[in-house]
Design a protein around this ligand. Structure first.
Ligand code: GLU
Length: 550
């Protein structure tokens, strides 16, 4: 068979050659030891926490070595594409401080682009054309029924299933047969003509996994699909070569494909990059460890952390503790340094799946939030609410000052710095009585009534206070004491403790009942301030609705 003739028959319009591509995308001019890494997601709009973990590691390794970190969109399967998916990925990574040096966005130098696989069709085809010329690729016209038949035969004989060797019937088509089929419009794919032998084994090593022996690839895998788009395997080889990636950081589910990739790099005449196959993030399911699953675990999605309002710093810091177990020690020794200054060690990456521990993330996040200023918290909550909590956002917009006061109240109540909040949703659940419109508040509230308060007592206390809230009085608490005294509540808590039998309760009990009626909670920051934030009208409504629900 004249391979040149076959290459022209299949790709008459592809004029570019691999040699020209070599000139067009020359080796990058970077310092010795610089890593060129990439993040290569499919634009499905879904981002797994493992993707963020891999992106963070790739970005850090490039940054530490003065290399390049770029974004490549793997959109060869148009059916899975979601509109706005690319933007979603860029935005959510930006939220975690992960920026790209190059990628499919404006402002990026397009030197090694296009960065979307769907725009690189001619590049793949030029490389396949070259492989056909060299005798390493051929068209295959087998239908899915024929492939099923081959499979059934192999299963019957108990041999490896797949398209290879004697089973690869299209390997032996003549030029004439191929020409006739193409002229008849029969669809076809282009397959690798694997030079591998089942007798050979190859070795795989990376900085965290040493000398893993694997069988050489013998399968004639598909390089180009019938729509002319590449498969993942082939696109990986072509793109990582011409984008000059020298370290491929990817999930270890790809490790088994290493023999295929290595073979493809070799027959294309490209130098294979170094690999780092990172272990997945796992969780305990009963007594068994398993991968965090997109289908079963909401916390597998990066969007979960954003919706819940975990600060990006918390998630990043937690992922760093998974990546390098010495991170915590470093952080404790260097509390004033930013995580960006931590040197990530490839060798210290875990070689088996690390457990995702929500309790640990919560602890990390509490510390981080505790260190934010009131202004910082207010600003972050506003941004978060703008996306995920419309009622809260409206409240913030209408009551900027009160909102600020609320945060202040939370931050400074008590003597110690509070460490009771790990995510904004949690803080806002604690304060939902401040911003929920009355109707929603009524639906949601579940009053935390202490047992010691009887129904009649609550009714009496709330009715009495409701007559005059004296909210604007400067000496609100004195007036409260006076009101209490007329009803039989001791104005002095110590005094009350000495002679409880003489009173209905203390001033603290009276305030407690009003607090429950207004907020639903038995604990809140200073009651008078809370009510001032709410305003007289709403406080009246709250008391009213408490009495009717009692
Ligand atoms: N698109 C592939 C994935 O999302 C990329 C794997 C790789 O990094 O090469 O799994």
């Amino acid at each position: 068979m004249d391979n040149n003739k076959l290459a022209e028959l299949i790709f008459p319009n592809i004029k570019g050659t691999a040699a020209e591509l070599e000139d067009q995308f020359p080796k990058r001019n970077l310092p010795d030891g610089a890593y060129v890494t990439r993040f290569a997601p499919s634009p499905t709009g879904y981002m797994h926490i493992g993707g963020l973990y891999a992106a963070m590691i790739s970005r850090k390794l490039a940054e530490q070595t003065k290399g390049i970190f770029y974004l490549r969109i793997e959109d060869t399967d148009r059916k899975r594409e979601v509109e706005g998916g690319v933007n979603e990925i860029i935005q959510s990574l930006a939220g975690y401080g992960i920026a790209f040096d190059e990628g499919p966005f404006s402002g990026s130098e397009k030197k090694y682009g296009p960065y979307k696989q769907s725009e690189r069709k001619e590049i793949y085809q030029a490389c396949v054309k070259e492989l056909i010329r060299k005798g390493f690729a051929y068209p295959c016209f087998c239908t899915s029924e024929e492939l099923d038949q081959i499979r059934a035969e192999q299963e019957g004989k108990k041999v490896d299933t797949g398209y290879y060797g004697e089973y690869a019937s299209c390997r032996s088509l003549t030029y004439k047969e191929i020409e006739d089929k193409i002229k008849a419009g029969i669809p076809y794919v282009i397959r690798l003509k694997s030079p591998g032998s089942s007798k050979n084994r190859i070795m795989y090593s990376d900085p965290i996994r040493k000398n893993i022996e694997m069988p050489e690839n013998i399968m004639d895998l598909v390089l180009l699909k019938s729509d002319g788009m590449p498969t993942y395997h082939f696109a990986h080889v072509v793109d990582d070569h011409f984008m000059r990636t020298n370290l491929v950081v990817r999930g270890d589910e790809w490790m088994a494909s290493y023999p295929v990739h290595k073979q493809m790099f070799d027959i294309c005449g490209f130098e294979a990059p170094a690999y780092l196959h990172i272990s997945p993030i796992m969780k305990m399911d009963g007594t068994a460890k398993r991968k965090l699953s997109k289908r079963k675990d909401p916390e597998a999605a990066v969007s979960y952390y954003l919706e819940q309002g975990f600060p990006a710093e918390s998630v990043k810091e937690y992922l760093l503790t998974i990546a390098n177990s010495n991170y915590e020690e470093w952080h404790a020794k260097n509390p004033d340094l930013n995580e960006g200054e931590f040197h990530l060690s490839i060798k210290k990456l875990p070689s088996s799946g690390a457990l995702f521990d929500m309790a640990k993330l919560t602890d990390v996040s509490r510390e981080i939030i505790a260190a934010f200023s009131v202004e910082d918290c207010a600003q972050r909550i506003r941004v978060w609410a703008g996306k995920y909590e419309p009622d809260l956002y409206q409240f913030i917009e209408d009551h900027r000052e009160q909102f600020h006061q609320t945060i202040q109240l939370w931050k400074v109540s008590g003597k110690k710095i509070r460490k009771d909040v790990a995510k904004w949703s949690e803080l806002m659940t604690m304060f939902d009585y401040l911003y929920l419109p009355q109707e929603k508040f009524e639906k949601k509230v579940s009053y935390e009534i202490e047992e010691k308060f009887g129904k009649e007592q609550l009714k009496e206390a709330v009715t009495a206070y409701k007559q005059d809230l004296f909210l604007n009085a400067e000496n609100w608490f004195d007036q409260m004491k006076e009101l209490g005294e007329t009803m039989g509540y001791c104005p002095n808590v110590k005094e009350y403790k000495k002679n409880p039998q003489d009173y209905k309760g203390s001033i603290a009990d009276l305030c407690s009942m009003i607090r429950i009626a207004v907020t639903g909670h038995k604990n809140s920051p200073d009651l008078h301030t809370i009510m001032s934030v709410l305003g007289e009208e709403i406080v009246q409504k709250r008391l009213e609705s408490f009495l009717t629900q009692l």
